[in-house]
Ligand binder design. Structure first.
Ligand code: HEM
Length: 407
């Protein structure tokens, strides 16, 4: 019963997410309104408005991230997301300077050139599968650049990352340890683990321009152990690659379906920064952020016992009419855009400035080359579902003035 009349639970797997995600967000939003912004779903309680999301995400002593990650049983400490303050505060203090907007801007020239190298060869093509050919590869290149690794390792990293994510999906879906996806996932995760272990060992104490070398040159109380550094690298692979891929895929789908908005960006590229925020508001790739209550508490008037799973529904909070006029429409001229797609509170996305840079550069370079594009006729982009993070499985675009398939 996805529609959730009063008193019933929202069942996430039954939502029409694959084909019409806005309809799915509307159902969740309606359920939230009926239940005072704290709604029962089949995994616990969901928070559906900015106020309740904020109340949970800014109170990590009661709404714990650590307890959620402890249940997953990761072999390495998931630095920093698998910790609560004060340990998490220490990690953020160490890491934050390496991910500031100023530091990220140092990557700009290299990333822009990489985009040119990726997009130029598409100039004589009529059609592109945008996810596998562009959005799926560029964020991995950005990660390799950040860590000072050769771009030739891109496809290997993509293979490792896909296997690790499939493994974590399979674990979430209750797959058995002898299932093929599990065995294969573990083998690939083991290869990535071995590679990263060697990398951390060889980079430690060796000065370099990249973020990893610099982190591994820290001494004294800021020094990260090998385990901590490994956990951080793993988290980057899990949190920093598909998130950008998925946000770009959703953003390009919306632009392809809305030629007026697309044309606005072509005519006035200074709108691209606002477009990045607006498209990220509409389609957060990690729209369900979990916490576990450490004690009995009350949120939005709802009493919750200790040990309750509480999920912030970011895409629904981003459609709060009190903050966003006409929230389901795409508007690059909103006076403010306080969306929560990067989270809030102590765990707010560490990579948000890198993600924003990647997306801004992409939209700039793409629209210089391809001012016109549309969904390829006969194709229908669908959302991977059910999943904790969401994205399109494919996005076939015709380039140039091909026949549009709008909705
Ligand atoms: C559009 C792209 C992205 C979105 C929408 C996004 C979203 C988020 C969200 C919602 C959180 C908070 C999770 C929570 O509170 O439990 C988060 C945390 C995090 N993100 Fe991102 N992310 C993106 C890209 C990236 C990238 C590119 C990186 C790596 C360079 C990254 C690294 C992290 C890390 C390390 C954390 C954990 C922070 C902490 O626990 O203190 N993310 N992200």
């Amino acid at each position: 019963m996805a529609a959730c009349p009063h008193g019933e639970k929202l069942v996430l797997d039954e939502l029409p997410m694959p084909t019409d995600r806005d309809a799915a967000w509307r159902i969740m939003q309606a359920a939230g309104k009926q239940a005072g912004d704290v709604v029962r779903y089949d995994g616990g309680y969901a928070l559906t408005a900015v106020d309740t999301v904020q109340a949970a995400m800014r109170e990590p002593g009661i709404f714990s991230s650590k307890q959620v990650f402890d249940m997953l049983g990761s072999p390495v400490p998931m630095v920093p997301i698998g910790f609560d303050p004060p340990e998490q505060t220490r990690y953020r203090r160490i890491l934050q300077p390496f991910f500031s907007p100023r530091r990220m801007r140092q990557l700009e020239d290299s990333l822009r050139q990489q985009l040119a190298d990726l997009l130029d060869p598409l100039a004589d093509r009529d059609e592109v599968e945008f996810i596998s050919e562009v959005a799926g590869v560029f964020p991995t290149q950005a990660f390799l650049t950040l860590f000072g690794l050769p771009l030739e390792q891109r496809d290997q990293f993509i293979e490792w990352k896909d296997a690790c994510l499939a493994l974590s999906d399979a674990a979430g879906a209750g797959a058995t340890a002898d299932s093929e996806v599990f065995v294969q996932g573990q083998q690939k995760a083991g290869e990535l683990f071995g590679y990263l272990t060697h990398l951390v060992q060889t980079r430690r104490g060796v000065p370099g321009d990249d973020v990893l070398s610099q982190l591994l040159c820290l001494e004294g109380e800021d020094e990260l152990s090998t385990e901590e550094a490994l956990g951080l690298c793993f988290l980057f692979v899990l949190a920093g690659l598909d998130t950008v891929t998925d946000t770009l895929g959703f953003g390009m789908e919306r632009l392809a379906r809305n030629p007026d908005r697309r044309q606005e960006l072509v005519d006035d590229p200074s709108l691209i920064e606002a477009a990045v925020e607006e498209l990220t508001r509409l389609d957060p790739p990690a729209p369900f952020v979990p916490r576990l209550t450490t004690e009995a508490t009350v949120i939005g008037g709802q009493e919750l016992p200790a040990g309750t799973r509480v999920m912030s529904f970011l895409a629904v909070a981003n459609r709060d009419e009190d903050l966003f006029a006409d929230p389901y429409s795409i508007d690059f001229h909103r006076p403010e855009n306080p969306h929560v797609s990067f989270g809030m509170g102590p765990h707010r996305c560490l990579g948000s400035h890198l993600a924003r840079l990647e997306m801004r550069l992409f939209y700039e370079e793409w629209h210089k080359r391809f001012p016109e594009y549309a969904i390829a006729p006969g194709t229908e982009p669908t959302v991977k579902w059910p999943r904790g993070t969401i994205g399109l499985t494919s996005l076939h675009l015709v380039l140039g003035g091909g026949e549009a398939s709008g909705r």
